[in-house]
Design a protein around this ligand. Structure first.
Ligand code: G4P
Length: 526
């Protein structure tokens, strides 16, 4: 039973630079999966895009992102779990953490714009984790870039080998469709297609004159030449290479026109990995182990400001999760029971009695969970690989209302447990430094501290641009380093020392002075 449930599941995330078409593609996948009946169900918040500082927008966004955090649906006897990743750069940390809970990703690239800034950053995280990636080149109905040139840019900029599995015929106004290179089928494009079933024409041999009749002689010949070139330039597709994160199959299409989405989904089910095992600090956990294990990768504050309840999103790693059963919360050494765990199916939330590896469940929480927490049936171990990355903006948190010091302390601790921002503390003096990747997060913190905890705060800008976690094999060297650099050292929420640098130069200089010190870009360096 356990093995059957594991084999059925595919848990993945869709990532892209904002505007490339992530929301549209998500929606179309849900449509194909029959999970929603019409497009427009997966609502998108424009606040995400415009970085507006309107608090109502922030609140709205919080609501929407709960609803769309996980979208599950059944397709061809498979249970597909799509984990939503915020597109806005200011919430990139949330996206990085979500990527720890997926087994593969689909990367959407705009055919006109090619590789963009967020694409690069997100792919860095995928490469670090060897996450298998499928590339979907979207907006083929627009006058986009030349296909080979675009593929070369992806390989070079994202540092991954690619292998087209479908090939476009023309582009923009002359876009005629795609040829599925493996299945030897032609899928002809018609704009604004309402139907979701593709009309495939089997063409086993590209020399077949039928191709000339359908596409016209010129387009048919171009396709023949290009396919020959593809076969000579790119290595044949290899599933193990894809699954180990080194080779990305590529599909071309137009999400808004439902085009190329079905090929993508069907191939995805065929090749994407089923739920994978995960490493802990003591051993590797396989999904088919009988005992339940899972970890929390995202915490969401409840929408009702009167209650401080939160929803912790837990990825199931092994065994079967059951409702109303005691599980061990390793960090606090407490046993917890969940009366109303939630599963997510498209736009619905519902109570679940059981869940399997690869599934994500929402657990109502009154403040027990931190991001990265592990649940087991009693074994003491912690899932690893949920690192923090260096923030980009640092500000000192100042208490603006001395009568509310306790509330501020509690609020900021809880918000950092939720992963809204990173909190570093400098001692002596208990100086609090907040690190974020975007300005928007400071506004969220200020707003939520006031609304939910009644605490007022101000932020004082700092010169710090980068935080590096530091270590040394020689404890004496570490001690001396920390002592002599005290003004640049702070501690993260796990009490790990962090070096606050104004620039890379500061790090290089410190390293010159202390060659036995190690500086790390993220909190889990080994
Ligand atoms: P995102 O989640 O990655 O930010 O992108 P989203 O799906 O919101 O798509 C961004 C814009 O690109 C949307 O237009 C969307 O309609 C358009 N789009 C998506 N897929 C295609 C495609 O295949 N071809 C073309 N031509 N456009 C596509 P918008 O005007 O910003 O929003 P909307 O008013 O259409 O919602």
């Amino acid at each position: 039973m356990l093995n059957r449930e594991i084999k059925k599941r595919r848990t993945f995330g869709i990532i892209s630079h904002p505007d490339a078409g992530k929301t549209t593609l998500t929606e179309k996948l849900l449509l194909f999966g029959g999970a929603i009946q019409k497009a427009g169900t997966v609502k998108r918040n424009k606040a995400e895009k415009t970085a507006t500082s309107d608090f109502m927008e922030i609140e709205k966004q919080r609501g929407i992102s709960v609803a769309t955090s996980v979208m599950g649906f059944e397709y061809l006897n498979h249970k597909i779990n799509i984990l939503d990743t915020p597109g806005h750069k200011d919430f990139a940390e949330d996206t990085y953490r979500t990527l720890t809970a997926v087994d593969s990703v689909i990367l959407v690239i705009d055919s006109v714009k090619g590789v963009e800034e967020q694409t690069r950053k997100l792919m860095q995280v995928c490469r670090m984790r060897h996450t298998p990636v499928i590339v979907f080149i979207n907006k083929m109905d627009r006058e986009g870039r030349e296909h080979f040139e675009l593929l070369e840019e992806i390989e070079k900029e994202l540092n991954i080998s690619v292998r087209p599995l479908s090939w476009p015929i023309g582009i923009g106004s002359s876009f005629k469709g795609v040829y599925h290179l493996h299945k030897h089928k032609l899928n002809l494009y018609s704009a604004n297609k309402k139907s979701i079933s593709g009309d495939y024409i089997p063409i086993d041999d590209l020399a077949d004159t039928q191709l000339d009749t359908i596409l016209g002689e010129k387009a048919a010949n171009t396709l023949r030449d290009e396919v020959e070139l593809v076969d000579s330039v790119y290595e044949p597709f290899d599933i193990p290479l894809y699954r180990s994160g080194y080779l990305a199959p590529v599909f071309f299409g137009s999400a808004i026109n439902n085009f190329g989405v079905q090929e993508l989904l069907e191939t995805f089910i065929e090749i994407a990995p089923e739920p994978q095992g995960r490493a802990t600090d003591t051993r590797f956990v396989e999904p088919n182990e009988k005992k339940f294990t899972g970890f929390v990768f995202k915490i969401h504050a409840n929408l009702d400001p009167k209650h401080r309840d939160r929803i912790a999103f837990c990825r199931i790693c092994s065994g079967k999760f059951e409702r109303n059963t005691f599980y061990h919360h390793v960090r606090s050494n407490k046993n917890l029971k969940f009366a109303s765990p939630t599963s997510f199916m498209a736009d619905n939330k519902s109570l679940v009695d059981e869940a399997w590896p690869g599934d994500v469940i929402g657990l109502y929480d009154s403040g027990n969970f931190k991001i990265g927490d592990t649940l087991t049936e009693g074994e003491v171990m912690n899932f690893v690989g949920i690192p923090s990355f260096s923030p980009e903006i640092f500000k000192e948190l100042e208490n603006a209302d001395p009568f509310k010091t306790k509330q501020l302390e509690k609020g900021i601790a809880q918000l950092s447990d939720e992963g809204v921002a990173q909190l570093f503390v400098q001692n002596p003096g208990n100086r609090k430094i907040i690190g974020t990747v975007g300005e928007l997060q400071f506004e969220v913190i200020q707003f939520r501290l006031l609304q939910e905890y009644g605490a007022s705060c101000r932020f004082r800008p700092m010169n710090t641009r980068k935080a590096n976690w530091v270590s040394s094999e020689d404890p004496e060297v570490l001690k001396k380093f920390l002592y002599s650099n005290a003004s640049k050292i702070a501690y993260d929420k796990e009490d790990r020392p962090v070096f606050l640098a104004g620039s890379q130069w500061d790090i290089d200089y410190a390293l010159g002075q202390y060659p036995k010190m190690q500086f790390h870009e993220n909190s889990e360096w080994d």
